[in-house]
Ligand binder design. Structure first.
Ligand code: AMP
Length: 221
């Protein structure tokens, strides 16, 4: 099955997508991660991307399409994709459909994590990402420790766009550009809305319940 996971910044999309990857043997496609990889290369394109991200705006479709080239054609990704942070606007919804159609695939379900701006700000201000293993922690709600993190704490870093001002812009962009596309998926009966303000494990229980019920349904048709 192919899954899309939606939510404002700090909703926990990446964390929950990683849980799904592990349990359901999926491959995650995070356009945010792909863009940050490009920034690290310090190319002209990387610098342009960083400027846009640090304003809390969306990067152009042209750049995003380039980064996603060949993803759905790979055999190992066939019906195994989970999209985190993509699509983010209507033109991307259309591109995704086109990309999957070309390889006889489709979206099986769309998960939307609902979180308000106050929670988003609290979560974003505590977020730390390990530059070695890529795991995400939160200084206040889910701190890294010896049990959950093998790397040295010196690798824990903050994202440059994780400050209050940029987060407000990112939340605004999400509300204006991304939220309207949920209607498109709702009309196709693909949308599952999930309360995203609780504990990571509790939210994941709800998500896995949805995916398990879909799996049963998919295998029985
Ligand atoms: P994320 O890691 O998903 O929070 O994304 C971080 C930032 O990367 C966003 O605030 C956008 O500026 C940019 N970005 C990520 N995914 C997309 C996308 N699908 N379309 C346009 N911009 C994106």
């Amino acid at each position: 099955m192919n899954i899309v996971i939606f939510g404002p910044p700090g909703a926990g999309k990446g964390t929950q997508a990683n849980n799904l990857v592990k349990e359901f043997n999926l491959n995650k496609v995070s356009t945010g991660d792909l863009l940050r990889k490009e920034i690290k290369k310090k190319t002209k394109l990387g610098i342009d991307i960083e400027n846009i991200i640090n304003k809390g705006k969306l990067v152009s479709d042209e750049i995003i399409n380039k980064l996603l080239e060949n993803i759905s054609s790979k055999k190992e990704n066939h019906n195994r994709l989970i999209f985190d942070g993509y699509p983010r606007k209507l033109s991307q919804v259309k591109n995704l459909d086109k990309m999957l159609n070309k390889h006889n695939q489709k979206i099986s379900c769309v998960l939307s994590l609902n979180v308000n701006l106050d929670i988003v700000i609290k979560r974003i201000l505590g977020r730390e990402i390990c530059s070695e293993c890529g795991l995400t922690f939160n200084k206040f709600f889910n701190p890294a420790n010896k049990e959950n993190h093998k790397c040295d704490s010196k690798f824990l870093q903050k994202r440059t766009d994780d400050n209050e001002e940029i987060v407000k812009n990112r939340y605004d962009t999400y509300s204006k550009e991304t939220l309207p596309i949920l209607k498109y998926y709702q009309n196709q009966n693909l949308l599952y809305e999930i309360e995203g303000k609780g504990e990571i494990a509790t939210i994941y229980e709800e998500i896995r319940r949805i995916i398990r019920s879909l799996e049963t349904w998919l295998y029985n048709v």
